[in-house]
Design a protein around this ligand. Structure first.
Ligand code: FAD
Length: 393
């Protein structure tokens, strides 16, 4: 094992994996330290939605740059070989449904996306019915439709990025928990771990729901919490062959197909502040009943479906539900965390932009400055120009 390296990344979720890949591509020696195994955190539980619809321009830009990786994985990352499953992107089309109170914001956001070059259309209720005949559409006036979007496989994505990074010299050390950030004279020197010390002038905190602990080890006290989110797979009745991927603000829910199953997640009832080491193999009490009630509101024929499985996961969340990206604390310490339940789809671009920030002093693909960890102290939380009323609760 090599204990001296250029960059140490803490956490082998999709963000640690993406940053390792982009740094390794530029010839940087990376050591990726993971306390359990690749994708053991939020990434392994993620619903994997891949869409560009956001009310903040930079979020859409990051998702759009990332989309080009998901769609062209083989050319841009490699993989889809016997050793790597690629990212498993499946195109389903994506529909964003909003309540009446958000229609004007939806229209403005679709225009913003179109200016970025994102393939998206403003559609009406009868178009939704044509795209998804099983949906109840009485409450819908307008929706946004992204024909190219869909979902990908988060664990496969993280593993494929790490596979490509290791091909370029990255060292992955699993079962290796970081227990201390070592700094002296205002500069990061490395980390202490359960497998001994590792030295590097740059340390990146990509520890997801555990990231606050790393920040505190570096002497930082940022507002940061944990967010619990349960999801379930439902077996569709035979008459519903398929449906697009959907975010349904009116019912505070999202869902997507996977084979003959439908994955459902809810925007409400996601508690903050729990230990991310809690049980995630089972969904919390009451979740399945609430989820079934919601999906049957949008797809009434789901009444004839059946429960397949349900489980939970934890992500790191910040007060404005946007990540903290950038340098803070001792020189050489960077944050790449706080993805607030929506960070899978942006991971390829965030890793690219973070590699630019670390190596070139500025991210040029998408300007990351709005995501500065210092924005809360500066009183500048991130808010879209046409913000939706619906957020995680
Ligand atoms: C149930 C669920 C569904 C989601 N659905 C979507 C979705 O559909 N679309 C979307 O875009 N986003 C979604 N998200 C959000 C997305 O999955 C996360 O934002 C993203 O996976 C975060 O990746 P990460 O690498 O930052 O964190 P993680 O995947 O949590 O990785 C952090 C890693 O750090 C490791 N670690 C922690 N502490 C230490 C330490 N001291 N030493 C070494 N290693 C350590 C952990 O073991 C973990 O593997 C969902 C999240 C959840 C929980």
């Amino acid at each position: 094992m090599n204990n001296t390296t250029d960059v140490i990344i803490i956490g082998a979720g999709v963000h640690g994996a993406s940053l390792a890949f982009h740094l390794a591509r530029r010839g940087v020696k990376v050591t990726l330290l993971e306390k359990t195994f690749v994708a053991a955190g939020a990434t392994g539980r993620s619903s994997g939605l891949v869409r560009m619809h956001y009310d903040v321009k930079q979020d859409s830009e990051l998702a759009w740059v990332s989309f080009q990786y998901f769609r062209n994985w083989r050319e841009m990352v490699g993989g889809d070989t016997s050793l790597s499953a690629g990212c498993g992107f499946t195109r389903t089309g994506f529909i964003q449904l909003v309540g009446q109170e958000d229609v004007q914001h939806l229209k403005a956001n679709v225009k913003m996306h179109q200016r970025l070059g994102i393939p998206v259309l403003l559609i009406k209720a009868d178009d939704v019915k044509r795209l998804a005949p099983s949906f109840a559409t009485d409450d819908i006036e307008y929706a946004a439709y992204e024909p190219e979007s869909g979902y990908a496989m988060p664990s496969d994505t993280a593993n494929a990025l790490i596979h490509a990074a290791r091909d370029r010299g990255t060292q992955l050390v699993q079962d290796c928990e970081v227990t201390e950030i070592i700094a002296s004279n205002g500069k990061v020197r490395g980390v202490q771990t359960t497998q001994g010390p590792f030295d590097a002038p740059v340390v990146v905190n990509a520890a997801g729901a555990w990231a606050d602990k790393m920040n505190k080890m570096a002497g930082l006290n940022f507002p940061y919490d944990t967010w619990r989110h349960d999801t379930m797979f439902v077996m569709r009745p035979k008459q519903i062959i398929n449906h697009p991927t959907v975010i349904d603000f009116a019912n505070e829910m999202y869902f997507r197909p996977e084979g003959n199953l439908t994955l459902v997640g809810l925007e409400d009832g996601n508690p903050l502040g729990e230990s991310p080491d809690n049980d995630t193999d089972h969904a919390r009490q009451g979740f399945v009943e609430r989820g079934i009630d919601r999906i049957c509101r949008r797809i009434p024929a789901m009444e004839n479906g059946g429960l397949h499985s349900a489980h939970g996961g934890y992500d790191g969340i910040t007060p404005d539900q946007h990540p903290m990206l950038g340098a803070a604390g001792p020189d050489g310490f960077y944050l790449d965390c706080g993805f607030s339940g929506t960070g899978f789809k942006t991971a390829p671009a965030v890793g690219l932009c973070m590699s630019e920030l670390i190596l070139d002093g500025k991210s040029k693909t998408v300007d990351l400055s709005i995501y500065s960890p210092m924005r809360f102290a500066a009183g500048k939380p991130i808010v879209g120009r046409h913000p939706y009323s619906s957020i995680w609760k």
